[in-house]
Structure formats: structure tokens, C-alpha cells
Design a protein around this ligand. Structure first.
Ligand code: KDG
Length: 356
């Protein structure tokens, strides 16, 4: 209870303090403070600034390691004139709250999963199609190529800038009821999902009972049995200790989730061209590092979860195929909604990569 209270105090106090700092315009805390007060971005020159960067996962998670790498690169490249303040474990709010703070200019960076952003930029939804990517390399090629960049171009109208894609990873199902080995095993399971219509409808098609929820509420919901299960990549399951409140881990690998490195457009527009190049290159370089750390952590986390006593099962190719067939109508429905041309472009690129 004490821990919960402490977390509550921090989570309520910190955003308000930052907001006060921003409103008071103190040079240290606003993030987008420029000494000259000149609103047109200069071509060159680096000014003293603070980047408040919040994420929902903790420092040990590969996403946290990636954020520390971003901090290291930016502070090195600017001789410490641009400082990055990392905030972990939803200290500044959940993904959607931090995204809103970027739009308002009271926070500079957050790196959410793309899934909860589909309500704002529907095209992000094409990355939520179950089983669309066979491996991380295919995901990298699509996200870093023309399709991924076209989706990022939808962000500025929402006062956001997308600087890079990072990796959350392939998601796997945990629950406290029974092993999930076949499509029928999903029936009746209360599963927490991200706030994403494709995920919700896919689990409904399998007969499950999905509940959308912010990530910061998941552990408590599992502990109190409000929901039976959740789905996330192995590093997230391990670093958030979901094995303490879940018995079964089924290696469904049912969908790949990207992270997207978001920056407040208000802050971005105020940067000089030189500063823009530094933060953009740092987001991309830290993203490549983060993907590598995440892939190394994936296998290690699976083994650690087995060693921690989770009942881990795989699914046969036959059962995976049956699950894919049940979900396919959901994908077809949303392909139309998210933009058939973009979906065709993604599928054509994947066929080219696979040599089909
Ligand atoms: O920082 C990102 C997390 O808050 C979240 O996106 C993790 O995959 C996630 C989930 O299940 O919400």
C-alpha cells in the first residue's frame, strides 16, 4: 500500500510541478526556453534547453536503455547545453496523457507504442495487424521505409513530430486461468489490451473478452483479478514482474508493436537546423541501439520467465494457422478503414523482401 501511495504521490505531483515550471517560464524547466526569445528557428547555433522525456516502462527495460542512450548522445553532441531529463514508469502520466502534454508544449518527448495513437492517426493501425511481420528485420524495413515515413507525415497536424521508430516487439499472452494452446482456449478470457480497436476486435473474434486499459494500470488489474491476462513482449512481462501475478505464458507472437519517438512540434519548430539534426540523428541512432538491446533481451527474458516458474507453452503451426484464419476478416475490415493503398504498399514490400 505504501508503495502504491508513493507512486500515486509522485505521479500526481511530478506533472503538476513540471506544468508550474513551464507556466512560470523558469529557464531551467520549460524545455523550450530560448535565451534570445526569438521564435524563428535559426540556421545554426545551440542554445540551453531542457528535454523532458517520459515513457511508460522502467529504466531496466530496453526502452529505458534506449532513452538513456538518446540522453547520452544529445548531451555529448551539444556539450551539455541541451539536457535530457528522463522520466520512467509513467511518472509523467500514461502514454496518452504524455502525448497530450507534447501537443500542449508542457513536455518535449515521449515514446509510446503506436497502438494507442490509432485514434489520432488511423494509419498507425496497419502495424497492429496480427501476424503481419515474420521478424524484426521485416518490421524495420517497413517502418524505416516509405510506408513508415508516410505515417509519420500525419503527425505535424496534431502538433507532434515523429523522429524515429523504436521496438516494443512481438507480443505474447499471459493469463492466470489456463494454458492457451488453441483458438478455442481464448474463449471467455478477460484480456487487457492497449486502447486499440484492431486488438480489441481480434480478441473478440477469438471469443475472448478484451478490456482496453492504460499500461500503468495493468499490474494492479492482474493482481486484483479484474482481468485474467494481458499480452506484451517478454522483456515487458519480465521487467514489470507480471510473472508474480500470472501463471501461464503462451508464446503466441500474435502481433508486432513499434514504439514511435514523438517530439512536441512547438519545441521542434523552435530548434535551429543544427539542433534539429542533432536530436533527429540521436533518436535514430538510439533507436538502432534500442532495437538491438530489445532483441538480445527477448530470448533472455523468456528464459528468465521459465526459470521464475511460469508455465510456458508454444503453439503448433496448425493452431497458429487456425487463429490467423479466425482473425483474417478483422484485418480485411480494417485494411479498408486505414487505407487500402498503404496496406497494399506494405504487403508488396513484404512480398519483395520474402522473394515471393
Ligand atoms: O512506454 C510505452 C508503454 O507505456 C506501453 O506502450 C507498453 O506495450 C505497452 C502496453 O501494453 O501498453
Amino acid at each position: 500500500m505504501k508503495n502504491l501511495f508513493k507512486k500515486l504521490v509522485v505521479s500526481v505531483t511530478l506533472p503538476s510541478l513540471l506544468l508550474l515550471g513551464a507556466c512560470s517560464g523558469s529557464s531551467e524547466s520549460t524545455g523550450s526556453e530560448t535565451s534570445g526569445g526569438d521564435n524563428t528557428a535559426a540556421e545554426s547555433g545551440i542554445q540551453e534547453r531542457v528535454i523532458r522525456a517520459g515513457i511508460g516502462l522502467n529504466e531496466d527495460h530496453p526502452e529505458g536503455q534506449g532513452l538513456l542512450k538518446f540522453k547520452e548522445i544529445v548531451e555529448e553532441k551539444t556539450d551539455g547545453k541541451i539536457k535530457v531529463e528522463p522520466y520512467f514508469s509513467a511518472q509523467l502520466g500514461d502514454d496518452m496523457q504524455m502525448t497530450e502534454a507534447l501537443k500542449a508544449g508542457t513536455q518535449e518527448v515521449t515514446i509510446p507504442s503506436t497502438s494507442p495513437l490509432v485514434g489520432m492517426v488511423k494509419e498507425f493501425g496497419i502495424f497492429d495487424f496480427p501476424f503481419i511481420f515474420n521478424n524484426g528485420e521485416e518490421a524495420d524495413a517497413v517502418l524505416d521505409g516509405a510506408v513508415g515515413q508516410k505515417v509519420l507525415e500525419k503527425l505535424p497536424e496534431h502538433n507532434l513530430v515523429g523522429l524515429a521508430y523504436w521496438e516494443n516487439g512481438f507480443r505474447n499472452l499471459t493469463n492466470s486461468k489456463h494454458p492457451v494452446k488453441t483458438a478455442a482456449d481464448f474463449k471467455g478470457l478477460k484480456i487487457r489490451t492497449m486502447q486499440n480497436e484492431v486488438h480489441l476486435d481480434a480478441f473478440k473474434a477469438l471469443g475472448a473478452n478484451p478490456t482496453p486499459m492504460a499500461f500503468s494500470e495493468v499490474f494492479t488489474a492482474l493482481e486484483s483479478k479484474t482481468v485474467d491476462g494481458q499480452e506484451n513482449p517478454f522483456p515487458t512481462i519480465e521487467s514489470n514482474k507480471f510473472n508474480e501475478v500470472q501463471d501461464y505464458l503462451s508464446q503466441t507472437n500474435h502481433v508486432y508493436t513499434p514504439f514511435v519517438f514523438l517530439m512536441s512540434k512547438k519545441f521542434w519548430d523552435d530548434l535551429s537546423e543544427e539542433e534539429k539534426t542533432i536530436v533527429k540523428d540521436a533518436a535514430v541512432e538510439a533507436g538502432k541501439y534500442q532495437r538491438q538491446v530489445n532483441r538480445e533481451a527477448n530470448e533472455k527474458s523468456l528464459q528468465n520467465l521459465k526459470d521464475a516458474g511460469m508455465n510456458v507453452n508454444e503453439l503448433s503451426d496448425k493452431d497458429k494457422k487456425e487463429i490467423q484464419e479466425i482473425i483474417q476478416p478483422v484485418i480485411d475490415q480494417y485494411a479498408g478503414k486505414f487505407g487500402k493503398d498503404l496496406v497494399d504498399e506494405m504487403n508488396n514490400q513484404l512480398e519483395e523482401i520474402r522473394g515471393n
